[in-house]
Ligand binder design. Structure first.
Ligand SMILES: Nc1ncnc2c1ncn2[C@@H]1O[C@H](COP(=O)(O)OP(=O)(O)OP(=O)(O)O)[C@@H](O)[C@H]1O
Ligand SMILES: [Mg+2]
Length: 272
């Protein structure tokens, strides 16, 4: 064995131990293997730390409805809690299939629609968790109600204005974006005495524009393709949503594809 062709650090290590690497190929191979294993361990430890850091940063940028980040996994989805066990199982399976498609690299919008407490936010988080674990795609979670609160606050507190700018940048780039409880910020329906009909008031203009910019950035008009996946959860029908928001925003954000929509109608409110 030519000493010159050996990695100098291993040669030095063997010489320190009083061994001749040119005459002891088995020992050399063993040391080389041990060194490579050690390096591999360091690399995977570094990758793991890096991964945790990555998810932490997106979680820190997220805005949650409560004071703490939420999380949920498919393992925690229990169809037996529901009266209609079969439906709950189907809903869980549909979400699982959407996660698989995202893991395979597809990018699309998802709509989860139904009554409060039926598990929409939970399954949105389960999808995001699975896609992150299997495809390393992190997610950003935006509670629409909290976002609305920030718009109300921003004139009194300039820092909130900066936060909104940063959040918007992140929302444009997030591989997976969850827009949670979309539509609740519009408030209650209003009764119109002249027409005898009820309707929703449009959401404040600055928030509409903020969301429009995000939705537009996540959609490639030229390619007619989505950039990243956006999961919207809502208690409202698409008919309600167009009363609250500009149709151009709704068109970019709310999927019309049945295969990308999960209906939670028929499930019970699990908040009890
Ligand atoms: N099938 C289920 N298995 C386990 N936990 C469930 C299930 N369905 C709902 N839950 C739990 O019930 C609670 C309410 O669910 P979740 O917040 O996902 O509902 P939601 O549809 O998003 O409601 P809202 O429209 O009010 O936002 C959560 O604590 C959730 O984890
Ligand atoms: Mg919810």
């Amino acid at each position: 064995m030519e000493e010159l062709s050996l990695p100098p650090n291993i040669v030095a290590m063997m010489r320190e131990q009083g061994r001749d690497p040119t005459k002891d190929p088995a020992a050399f191979a063993e040391m080389k293997k041990r060194k490579e294993e050690r390096e591999q361990r360091l690399i995977s430890k570094w990758n793991q730390q890096n991964r945790q850091q990555k998810v932490k940063s997106w979680l820190q940028d997220s805005i949650w409805s409560g004071s703490r980040p939420l999380n949920f996994t498919f393992e925690r989805w229990e169809p037996d809690m529901q009266t209609n066990t079969q439906l709950a199982r189907e809903v869980g399976n549909s979400a699982w299939k959407l996660a698989k498609r995202m893991i395979a690299g597809e990018q699309f919008n998802v709509l989860m629609v139904g009554e409060p407490g039926t598990g929409k936010t939970s399954l949105a988080l389960a999808i995001a968790d699975k896609v992150f674990k299997n495809a390393e795609k992190p997610y950003l979670f935006i509670s629409t109600m909290k976002l609305f609160g920030m718009f109300n606050e921003r004139f009194d507190n300039p820092e909130v204005g900066h936060k909104l700018k940063d959040l918007q940048k992140k929302a444009k780039q997030a591989p997976i974006l969850i827009i949670d409880d979309f539509g609740t910020e519009a408030g209650m329906k209003i009764y119109n005495e002249n027409t005898g009909k009820t309707h929703f008031k449009p959401v404040r203009k600055d928030m509409q524009e903020w969301l429009y910019e995000v939705a537009d950035a996540r959609y490639d008009e030229y390619e007619n393709a989505h950039r990243g996946s956006t999961i919207v959860t809502t208690n409202n029908t698409s008919g309600d949503l167009v009363q609250m928001y500009n149709p151009k925003l709704i068109s970019r954000l709310i999927t019309k594809r049945k295969g990308n929509t999960i209906y939670f109608e028929g499930l019970d409110d699990m908040r009890g």
